[in-house]
Design a protein around this ligand. Structure first.
Ligand SMILES: [Zn+2]
Length: 271
């Protein structure tokens, strides 16, 4: 599943090139998670002003209205001067004066939604519940600690919920909790302030490392047909069940938390 760093690298791969482009034609494939919400013909002639990101949504700002784009479980975007005919898994394509933007999404949990403005009810339904951006100044350790004090669920599940801090998905949550030395099952409100500060730093570190890695593999990422665009982090715990911890050699444990796999070192990560 594309996570925040993949989405941000995707954004950077085409945002500058598409800014100023005029929409010439929109083609839709099979239905995606949500309908486009307008007649595609009404978008012809609109100009793309900018591409922003909020959580895992790409916000394509037009001279009138916005397109909210989500990659879902398996989506990837391509932007190129010209592309071959739509394949069976290509479900959205926007041809512009500067190239075609195409969503390839075999599982079709992704979506492209048109809204007249970001205060529109449909936009708010998608964007309002999102927590602060982890790579922006609004994510600060004190406020993070105050928010966690109000939650009795496990820290891993609180991170995945995304309403305190957005975009810390399964891999990055597992890795950040390892770096901070916190057991994923620990109740969020029981984590001391110094440990929350360590977790805050670990989240930023892990995401920035993934972004840097993504930047270096950008060419493959944006051109690869059907690739989900995972950045293969040098994972410390994620997907390493039974393998020795890279710090203490204790076998990494795997458990299930809310239907998701969690990996941790029982020695390095304290409750
Ligand atoms: Zn260990």
């Amino acid at each position: 599943m594309p996570e925040l760093p993949e989405v941000e690298v995707t954004r950077r791969s085409f945002a500058e090139r598409i800014a100023g482009a005029d929409i010439e034609c929109i083609q839709l494939g099979k239905p995606l998670r949500w309908p486009l919400g307008c007649d595609p013909a009404t978008l012809v002639g609109r100009r793309v002003l900018a591409v922003q990101r909020r959580g895992k949504y790409l916000l394509v700002q037009l001279d009138a209205g916005w397109l909210l784009l989500h990659l879902g479980m398996s989506g990837s975007l391509q932007f190129a001067p010209s592309l071959p005919a739509l394949g069976v898994h290509d479900h959205f394509e926007m041809r512009t004066s500067r190239g075609s933007l195409r969503l390839h999404d075999p599982r079709r949990f992704g979506a492209v939604v048109h809204v007249p403005g970001l205060d529109d009810a449909r936009a708010r339904k998608l964007l309002d519940g999102l927590g602060v951006e982890p790579l922006e100044a609004g994510f600060d350790p004190q406020a993070f600690h105050r928010s966690l004090q109000k939650r009795r669920a496990s820290i891993k599940q609180v991170l995945l919920a995304g309403d305190i801090v957005v975009g810390v998905g399964n891999i990055y949550a597992s890795e950040a909790l390892f770096l901070a030395g916190i057991r994923p099952t620990t109740r969020a409100d029981r984590i001391s302030r110094p440990r929350v500060e360590r977790l805050h730093r670990a989240i930023v570190d892990v995401l920035q490392r993934a972004l840097a890695l993504g930047g270096s593999t950008l060419r493959d990422f944006s051109s690869a047909e059907g690739q989900s665009g995972y950045f293969q982090l040098d994972a410390r715990v994620y997907d390493r069940a039974g393998e020795p911890c890279r710090v203490c050699a204790t076998p990494i444990r795997a458990i299930r938390q809310g239907q998701r796999s969690t990996f941790y070192c029982p020695l390095c990560q304290r409750p």
